[in-house]
Design a protein. Structure first.
Length: 291
């Protein structure tokens, strides 16, 4: 977690960004916004999905300042540049600290100004790109698929233990992922299952849509599938451990509370259904079938 995460409950002062909820909420949203294009050019070769904060410090710190106020300071890094962090009142925090394998000394000796940093056009452009990506997360829900493959009374599920910064971390879920541009739900489900399990679905059904609404993770439309027949051999997955679990045993595992609701529906209903699940943090505060 980032340095100063004990201040995760800090609330935004800029109404335009009230949707982030808190400093911790902003951090989780930024995990979906940082990418190679927003990384400082000199560090782009080091950037990866497993090291998403690399080269993001200054644009992130000034975006945090725009949302929460306060000041931006720098830690000298020895080459004439500074690693930027934030101070809001008595709270000192650094959302991009995880790129380092050693602790930093956070002092208020080197104040940083937006004007100086954004005199560099490329940095200003990266800042606007990061800001726009954050705003899109608020306005544009994510489109995903989630598939449960059945065999001998068991579901194939993934224990999410390998991927860092995972909203499903340590939970047991089906197989799936985000739509790629131009994909249909069926195409996305087929691709994701093949990529994550090595299996090719040959008999599958589109069973329902789950509207997942979270004050921390935004809104997601999950397209639910089940699969009764497949080809191929089960492969290892870099996002978690794949396990065949009896249906009743799966319900005892750690998962989002709403998952138990749609798993029961998948097992008991034959009709296509729509289910809305709304969370505050990890707490399920609303569950409602649309049909």
């Amino acid at each position: 977690m980032f340095y100063g995460c004990e201040h995760s409950d800090l609330k935004p002062t800029n109404g335009e960004f009230a949707f982030v909820g808190s400093l911790g909420g902003l951090y989780r949203l930024l995990l979906g916004c940082w990418r190679r294009e927003t990384c400082a050019p000199r560090l782009q070769e080091k950037w990866s999905e497993s090291n998403p904060t690399c080269g993001q410090c200054s644009i992130t710190a000034f975006l945090v300042q725009a949302i929460f106020g306060g000041e931006v300071y720098g830690v000298p890094n020895g080459d004439g540049n500074y690693h930027c962090f934030n101070v809001v009142g008595d709270a000192v925090f650094d959302l991009t600290s995880e790129q380092f394998d050693h602790p930093l000394e956070y002092t208020r000796d080197f104040p940083q100004s937006r004007e100086t940093h954004f005199a560099k056009e490329e940095k200003k452009a990266r800042y606007e790109m990061l800001k726009a990506a954050l705003l899109r997360l608020h306005h544009v829900p994510r489109l995903t698929t989630l598939c449960y493959i059945e065999k001998d009374g068991c579901w194939l599920v993934m224990h999410r233990t390998k991927k860092e910064h995972d909203e499903n971390g340590d939970k047991w879920i089906g197989v799936g992922g985000k739509f790629e541009y131009g994909e249909s739900p069926e195409e996305c489900a087929l691709r994701e299952v093949k990529e994550e399990t090595g299996l090719t679905m040959t008999e599958y059904r589109f069973r329902g849509i789950v509207t997942f609404v979270s004050d921390e993770w935004g809104t997601e439309y999950m397209h639910l599938f089940t699969c009764a027949a497949f080809e191929g051999e089960l492969a290892d997955c870099d996002e978690g451990e794949l396990v065949w679990l009896p249906k009743a045993e799966l319900l005892k595992k750690k998962m989002w509370a709403g998952d138990r609701i749609f798993l029961k529906a998948l097992d008991e209903r034959e009709d296509f259904f729509s289910l809305k699940l709304r969370y505050q943090g990890e707490e399920l505060v609303e569950a409602k079938f649309g049909r």
